[in-house]
Design a protein around this ligand. Sequence first.
Ligand SMILES: Cc1cc2nc3c(=O)[nH]c(=O)nc-3n(C[C@H](O)[C@H](O)[C@H](O)COP(=O)(O)OP(=O)(O)OC[C@H]3O[C@@H](n4cnc5c(N)ncnc54)[C@H](O)[C@@H]3O)c2cc1C
Length: 512
Amino acid sequence: MNSEFDYVVVGGGTAGAIVARRLAELRAGTVCLVEAGPSDEGDQRVLVLRDCDLLLGSDLDYCYKVAPQERSNSDIVHNRARVLGGCSSHNAAACFRPPSFDLRRWVELGAQGWGPEDCEPFVKRVFERLNMEYPEPANRCDLAFLEAAQQAGFPLRLFGRDEVTGDCVGWFLLHKRGRLRTSSSTAYLHPLGQLPPDLRVCTGVRALRIVFDESRGAKGVETTDGMFGVRRELIVSCGAIDSPRLLLLSGVGPADQLRAVGVTPMADLPGVGQHLLDHPETVVNWESAQPVPSDSSQFWQCGLFSRTRAHHAVPDLEAVFTTSPYDELTKRRGFPTVEPGAGFAFAPHVTRSKVEGRVALRSGNADDAPWIDPRYYSDDGEDEATLIAGIRVARHLAEMPALKPWVRRELSPGASLRSDFELGEYVRSTTNTSHHLSGTCAMGAVCDRQSVVDDELRVHGVGNLRIVDASVFPSDVGVNPVVTVMMIAEKAAWHIGRPVSRSNRAQVAATD
Ligand SMILES: Cc1cc2nc3c(=O)[nH]c(=O)nc-3n(C[C@H](O)[C@H](O)[C@H](O)COP(=O)(O)OP(=O)(O)OC[C@H]3O[C@@H](n4cnc5c(N)ncnc54)[C@H](O)[C@@H]3O)c2cc1C
């Protein structure tokens, strides 16, 4: 197809589906949403939430491998959804409000207009549009965990509705309706046959390169299905790996790195692909002393937050409790495991790691997988210490009267590993991602050389181009991020669609 629209949104994922729909509702002009993956409509593999783990590694997953890691195992795969709705069609659906603590930090880092009060109306829009429900409080093993945490002093909270500010435990609020997932696609696009007349959704079309005019304004995107031209703006919403990748393939990024892989730089933006943020994770697996019930929305229904060190103002640790063994990486390292129904696990992750990784190109060929180097544990040892503390929280809970009758034995790390040295080694050799990538096109002031977009998400140094997805996080959020990404999309649509929205051509001139 070779056609032109007022707006083209590249990436019909969590953020992209929302931006496209809202622009059409605002009557901002003609909008085309271009998604590399297929439609989710009617696809039970995607829509039945309970089976979400089966999507990992499937044909609906990009399965990005990490570069060899110096300080952790290198077996980690970044699962990223390749389907309408993106990772909101793929994830475990736990919903949290963006913490005020983190939004205040965003403002400090130059994201003016993104403080808690500024963002609240857009969080509200997400909560109004996306159906969310708590799980049935029925699984006896989940209930034993929740009871044990309260016996250990963690107060019960309504996650998702209450903001997480201190130690607490609770059921996750899930984006679902009954047994079916709700997502940015189901909530903002379905039914696809009844979209607003100004909105077109093209699935199975992959963007290869952004095309610029002589004054460095985006004029369209080259795809596997021809050129999609834009009269006003191109909005990139391909997620924390593929948004920087598309910019880099288009010559927008660190000029020296681009030349090194044979891409001619168009705009030297050193921050593109830098500042990759994640929540590194460890796990404690137990064999159960009694059959673990299988009634669950998606086997990851509850969790807790903890401040492992007194000087932290907010929890530095989140942990998810799962009524199934979580053994993919422990098994590979030779730790014993059990069948589903015979075990359960507790997976703690670091909420605000100081580590910054990188996404880069291996070559200028759009078909080559990107280079993803999260640099896990390259900090001063704090992440490792936090996760060791998480293992000790797990062991403490296992001693509580409510959970003790469920524990036959600890499978991994196993009761014999006790010292910081032994547990640190275990953490690094079996670590995994909690799939919360962000930050690779960070928002910040134009004068901040590492920032990529301004506070209206316009890319510095070029025209007609915005990024709207998890890649714009200036710093991490200390909770599961999907609602924060959706809030960003709602706010972005408002910035773009309101009549006073300015083009960034003036800014382009100023930075020349
Ligand atoms: C397994 C898993 C479990 C998770 N669990 C939770 C959870 O329980 N709670 C929570 O809050 N968060 C969770 N997350 C994280 C959360 O879902 C993501 O942070 C969020 O959905 C990311 O949204 P996004 O818009 O940035 O990117 P995505 O939703 O990934 O959207 C990017 C879209 O762009 C498309 N795309 C990419 N490249 C191209 C291209 N070149 N051309 C066209 N289209 C392209 C992709 O196919 C995709 O649809 C989880 C993530 C994963 C992977």
